[in-house]
Design a protein around this ligand. Structure first.
Ligand SMILES: Nc1ncnc2c1ncn2[C@@H]1O[C@H](COP(=O)(O)OP(=O)(O)OP(=O)(O)O)[C@@H](O)[C@H]1O
Length: 313
């Protein structure tokens, strides 16, 4: 299916200078980013970085301290039911409803969206089709209490998607899933993004997942965005991103370089056949992430110390 073309393609999420303060503590310190229609974006960051706070503000569950936020063209602080129905939230939220059966729960949840159906987007998603899409067809008649952890996670995903949302938030979606279920989930998100033009914002601590799934990665640390781009673009931000190893004159050598192709070319031109076992390892997203977060934390510590010294003078 082709993506529908739109003459005015405004971003689905627009965040400008977002600030959040709990008591005397600034948790978000001027966060700005955009997410375009159909994009899959991963929001990464250490514990306590402000990811959940950001998402709760976008969902309209938390009032911000300052800044401009628009989600699907509406300020979440003033979003009504119609606006809310256009987003889906995938949380681990159905654990307490142990007596419901899978199909029953999805049919009920889906029925809440029927009044929001449009010609372009019939709502809700047909329950049997959705059960098939998340791999729960064989468990449709089961009570929630009889599902495994992975099956419940698939159900969480189905609940988040049943209203065919234009925008869906996933909070650590594959935590606790086995590798097959994880791959199925990735396929599902890609399909939903491609075929329904659904925008997805995913928080995860799984960097391999972010790399595989996301069109774009945003890294939040200590309430600030320190990187925003594709995994490749992020890797280019750090110096010495590639590791080159080779053997020369019997010695094993290793160098960290920014442009490994140019380095290898020079090396071979200069030393020719004296070079063997040449290997290039690109920085993984994990290397990049850890480097960027460490640099940001060091810079913040230095700034704090300077401020303290300034105040003591
Ligand atoms: N209601 C609250 N009152 C006071 N402080 C809060 C409140 N909610 C969150 N915080 C603080 O705000 C900071 C950011 O928290 P947040 O939950 O947004 O981080 P996170 O990036 O989602 O972390 P994690 O990866 O651990 O889920 C933390 O220091 C947290 O302790």
């Amino acid at each position: 299916m082709n993506r529908p073309t739109r003459s005015v393609d405004r971003p689905v999420i627009e965040v400008e200078e977002l600030r959040m303060r709990y008591g005397a503590v600034d948790v978000l310190k001027g966060v700005s980013f955009e997410v375009r229609r159909g994009e899959v974006v991963a929001l990464l960051g250490p514990n306590g970085a402000g990811k959940s706070t950001t998402i709760e503000i976008l969902e309209g569950l938390r009032a911000r301290s300052a800044g401009r936020v628009e989600v699907l063209g509406v300020d979440p602080a003033h979003g009504g039911e119609d606006w809310r129905a256009r987003s889906g939230i995938v949380l681990q939220s159905w654990r307490d409803h142990a007596k419901w059966r899978v199909r029953e729960l999805l049919a009920y949840q889906g029925s809440l969206y029927a009044r929001y159906t449009t010609e372009r987007m019939p709502r809700p998603w047909d329950v049997d089709e959705l059960l098939g899409a998340v791999g729960l067809s064989d468990h449709a008649g089961r009570r929630l209490s009889a599902l495994s952890g992975g099956q419940r996670r698939r159900l969480d995903v189905a609940v988040g998607l049943v209203g065919r949302p234009e925008l869906v938030y996933f909070d650590e979606p594959t935590a606790g899933l086995d590798p097959q279920a994880r791959r199925d989930f990735h396929d599902l998100v890609r399909r939903v993004s491609r075929e329904l033009d659904t925008t997805a914002l995913i928080t995860t601590h799984d960097l391999a997942e972010a790399e595989q799934l996301a069109d774009r990665i945003i890294i939040l640390t200590q309430g600030r965005i320190i990187a925003d781009g594709t995994a490749e673009e992020l890797a280019r931000q750090i110096v010495g991103a590639d590791e080159v190893r080779w053997v020369q004159g019997g010695d094993r050598r290793t160098r960290l370089v920014a442009d490994s192709t140019a380095f290898a070319r020079e090396l071979l031109l200069e030393h020719g056949t004296a070079v063997s076992a040449l290997e290039i390892r690109r920085a993984s997203l994990e290397d990049t992430y850890l480097t960027l977060v460490r640099e940001a934390e060091t810079a913040a510590m230095v700034a704090d110390e300077q401020e303290l010294q300034g105040a003591a003078r």
